[in-house]
Design a protein around this ligand. Structure first.
Ligand SMILES: [Zn+2]
Length: 433
């Protein structure tokens, strides 16, 4: 005779055993995972915020929630290594405060789960940036520290202050924040000296992190050719690669050999589209001749997002329509940038990786894409984000593909999410089961 107590225990144990092990199963999407050399239809199972299994046919009974991803592309969460998100400072600067955006409103809706702020703050105001934005965002926000201590607080004055370019203080701040600071940035310099580049490289060397260069005003005293073939170290990043001022094509329209030499040395070329740094007349011939970006990035700020740049998927779509295969476009927006910033735990779908996963759709139609000089390129394909999962949680779902139809939920259904936004309280609250 079995006691009621033991019976109750057995029933509980059975219930626990029958509990599906996976929180979320994305079924039948075409997975593009450059790190694992995978481009094929696969199921992706997520558990406890991490990728738990990627396989051809995972039993739907093993998951609490199953999402039909057929016809969609499943990729790692996009990694945009050039954005400006030091918002809310009230500072009068082209990139800090006035022109920065808060990350969460602009990332998840286009599949971006990680951003790196490109030098909006320097070692002096980084703690304020961290407190104000980084620690509060759901997006994974990383940062390049500006070599200028006060960051991008004003191009005319602050960013020209060579005396405030302190390599030692910058390296120390980077090392105190190793989990968040991924590099050193120099930008917008007008003078003829190499000092900003040299100090940035000094700081990057001391802290074992890469340098990202926005060359500012191009000057004959410091040629771009010398920057990428001599001054930068392997692993350092030249952003704004399709800028007008970059000597790209010779008189016959051929990509200049020094660019391939620089790449051979290990210098990284990044898009950094922005409001002034991407021209079709540079990018199209360069891509067709094999001078492709190592990483695709937006240079997101209020100016660029409302002009030709728009968002990460729009920039990726430009490369798709220029003729780059989708697998390459995705690799250059996930695994490549993750490696460039030395965060190899992201940008891939290996088992155990953080479950930052995106479902993308390739839309066919008549589209137009605009560069920073207002020139249009027509194209027939456009990437759209259907679903963004960050750390295992659904953070954006365009068409409610993770949701149940309202008329199947009974007459008195309550909030269906794990969490919902409460406008009265101004915060996210747990939904009652
Ligand atoms: Zn920028």
């Amino acid at each position: 005779m079995i006691s009621m107590k033991v019976l109750a225990y057995l029933l509980l144990a059975c219930a626990a055993f029958a509990q599906p092990p996976y929180d979320l199963l994305l079924k039948g999407g075409h997975v593009i995972d450059a790190k694992n050399h995978l481009s094929a239809v696969r199921d992706i199972a997520i558990q406890n915020g991490r990728v738990a299994e990627v396989a051809s046919n995972i039993d739907p009974a093993k998951a609490l929630k199953v999402v039909d991803a057929s016809g969609l592309y499943a990729t790692p969460g996009l990694v945009d290594i050039h954005v400006h998100v030091y918002a809310g400072t009230g500072m009068r600067g082209a990139y800090s405060g006035d022109n920065s955006v808060y990350p969460d409103g602009f990332t998840f809706r286009v599949g971006v789960t990680t951003v790196a702020d490109a030098g909006s703050s320097g070692w002096r105001n980084f703690p304020d940036f961290k407190d104000r934005v980084i620690d509060r965002a759901q997006t994974r926000v990383l940062a390049f520290l500006n070599i200028v201590g006060r960051g991008m607080g004003g191009e005319a004055t602050i960013e020209q202050d060579v005396d405030d370019m302190d390599a030692k203080a910058t390296a120390e701040q980077a090392q105190r924040n190793r989990d968040v600071v991924v590099g050193v940035k120099t930008a917008h310099f007008h003078g003829p000296e190499w000092t900003p580049v040299e100090r940035a490289v000094e700081a990057g060397t001391a802290a074992h992190i890469p340098v990202m260069v926005d060359f500012g005003n191009f000057r004959p005293e410091r040629p771009y050719q010398e920057l990428v073939t001599k001054k930068l170290r392997p692993g350092d990043i030249s952003t704004h690669m399709y800028l007008d001022a970059v000597p790209m094509l010779d008189d016959e329209g051929k990509v200049r050999p020094y660019l391939f030499e620089a790449r051979k040395r290990g210098v990284i070329f990044d898009v950094g589209h922005g409001g002034g740094s991407f021209l079709f007349r540079q990018a199209v011939p360069a891509v067709h001749q094999g001078f492709v970006p190592d990483s695709i990035s937006t240079d997101l700020h209020i100016g660029s997002m409302n002009a030709g740049m728009k968002d990460m998927l729009n920039v990726m779509s430009k490369f798709l329509n220029i003729g780059m295969p989708l697998d390459e476009v995705v690799a250059r927006s996930t695994w490549n940038p993750a490696r460039e910033i030395q965060h190899e735990e992201i940008g891939n779908l290996s088992v155990g990786a953080p479950a930052d996963v995106v479902l993308l759709r390739v839309e066919n139609g008549n589209f137009g894409f605009v560069d920073v000089y207002g020139a249009r390129m027509r194209g027939g394909q456009k990437l759209v984000c259907e679903l963004t999962v960050r750390g295992g949680k659904v953070v954006y779902d365009l068409n409610g593909i993770t949701r149940e139809d309202w008329n199947k939920l009974g007459p008195n259904y309550k909030s269906q999410g794990d969490a919902r936004w409460d406008a009265t309280l101004g915060r996210t609250v747990r939904a009652r089961k």
